[in-house]
Design a protein around this ligand. Sequence first.
Ligand code: FES
Length: 109
Amino acid sequence: MTILARLDALADPGAIVVEYEDGAGVRRSLILTRAGDHVAAFRNVCPHAGYPLQRADGRIVVQEARYLVCMAHGASFTLTDGACAGGPCNGDGLERVGIEVAQGMILLR
Ligand code: FES
């Protein structure tokens, strides 16, 4: 299994961008989110126009402790399940990636 991050690297609520190398040696970017005991991972690709969601400084904007906001054109997504919550995502959510949390680490499934 691939270790993505330490659980305590994530604010509560919060979101971070992490990268890992897949089995074919391709760099992949994921968004990890946390809200209480709920931890989730999504591909860092906005369904609107395919951009990554973070700001130029690498940070992900979390609004009202509940929404991720894409910095390209302002689409917002729920922190816990990546569903479109407003803006130009037009009903399309983020693609979820399977993870698990064990011994304080977030692992790619
Ligand atoms: S690419 Fe995310 S809102 Fe346009």
